[in-house]
Every structure is written in structure tokens, then in C-alpha cells.
Design a protein around this ligand. Sequence first.
Ligand code: DHB
Ligand code: FE
Length: 284
Amino acid sequence: MARITASVYTSHVPAIGAALDLGKSGEPYWQPLFKGYEPSKAWLKANTPDVIFLVYNDHATAFSLEMIPTFAIGCAAEFKPADEGWGPRPVPTVIGHPELAAHIAQSVIQDDFDLTIVNKMDVDHGLTVPLSLLCGQPQAWPCPVIPFAVNVVQFPPPSGRRCFELGKAIRRAIESYDEPLNVQVWGTGGMSHQLQGQRAGLINREFDNAFLDQLIADPDSLSRKPHIDYVREAGSEGVELVMWLIARGAMSDVAGGQPPRLVHRFYHVPASNTAVGHAILENV
Ligand code: DHB
Ligand code: FE
């Protein structure tokens, strides 16, 4: 059977991708940020999974106000980097895993979560920047990736509670796949940031670090945090953080296993308009 070995949490700021693509990662502004991901890159090299199930949000790139799926699973064989207005990022095409994705869709939908099945989709910075942060600039991504897009852009996004419960259903789905695959689940977006309005530029270190503490130690109570608390404390785009609860809900302690091992934790301000947070948890 397939098993989930670890979960990875990280912000996905588009300027991080631009810094890498334009050769600026060694500049004083960016150096401390990329340094914080060095242990993660080494960890991923030593612990490359067979498949990454990557929870992210599309930023009105593949979807738009014409179509807004709450949860969408990418079942295609490949996903091209999207043109977000200045040409596609010069990063590898994402290779999917249609067989596992189809199995997860079947299991999770019949487990009462309504997923939208996507057979053709370009992927934006929400998905490619986390891969860049942990993989650097390879010729090809180290393994297949199943993109899982969550609507956190247009009201109403799903609740933290629903995301957490969905993570549990995703674990059940993956662990009932009849092939011994090593799967990681990644949750991306956040941390505190607001890109618009009077509070544009908002950062809340205290909220972010308390969120990380609780994500690691007590995700069940974290999952009860209402949207209004994210928006009030972490800014309008801080609500992206509900996606981290999907990855956390897929860890085995939530289903009665041992608490996960914290491999690495990192927090840095600023990166563009955003606080960057990152953690890696391993199932023991
Ligand atoms: C920024 C951050 C995001 O998460 C995003 O999706 C777009 C922009 C920013 O900080 O500029
Ligand atoms: Fe975003």
C-alpha cells in the first residue's frame, strides 16, 4: 500500500520565483530567505518521495471568476508552468500521476468530499514556487506531483475544519492505493499578508508563530479557527493558511498514530509583501 511519509508547509510568494529565475537569490535581500531552505533541500534530496500531493491555490490563472472550484484535483499526465502575465516561469513541466490522482478522486469523492476533476490545467506560482524552494533549479522536478487546488481567492473559501477533515480523507485515499508508493503531502500559501486596501503590507509575526506552534502540536483545535480570525489577524490573503490544514490532516497522529517529528522550522520577514513560514513534519 502507499503511505504518507511526511508533510511540508511553505509560503509561495511569487517574487521568490522571480528572484531564482533572474539569478538574484544571492543578493542581501534574498540570501537569508534561501538560507532557511538549505536544510529542506538537503532533506528532500535524501528523502525524495515517489509522489508529492501538493495543495496550493490558483491565483485566477487556470481558473477565473467564470469558474471557481472549491477543491480541484489535477488528474492529467502533465501540467505546464502558467503564463501569469510576464511569460511562463523557466521551470520544468510538472509530471502528474494520473493513476494515483484518479484513485484519490474516487476515494475522496465517495468519502463525501466533492472534488472537481481537472484533466487540463497550467500551474501558477502557488505550485511552482514551493517546488523551487525545496528543489532549486533542476532540469526536471524530482518526482511526479499531483496538484490539488483550493479556492482561497474568491469568497467563500472552505473552512479550516473542512480542510482538516479533507486531509484525513486524503490520507485514507492514499493509504488504500495498492502500490507501495512513498507520498508526501505539501500545504502551501500564507503566512500573514494582505495585498490590497488600507492594510496592504500587513504582517503579524505573533499570529504566524502561534499558527506554526499550533499546527505542529494541536492541529485539531487550530482547525476550529474561523475565517474572520485569519482575515483580521493575518490579512485578507492570510486565509491561504487554511490549506496547511489539509496537509496536516493527512498525518498519521491525527488518526491515532504517534506525533510527527519536526524536521525543520523556519520563519522570515520580509519576502515581497509576505511573511514566509515553513515547516517539515515526518511521520514516525
Ligand atoms: C504576493 C504573495 C502571494 O501569496 C501571492 O499569491 C501574490 C503576491 C506578494 O507578497 O507579493
Ligand atoms: Fe498566494
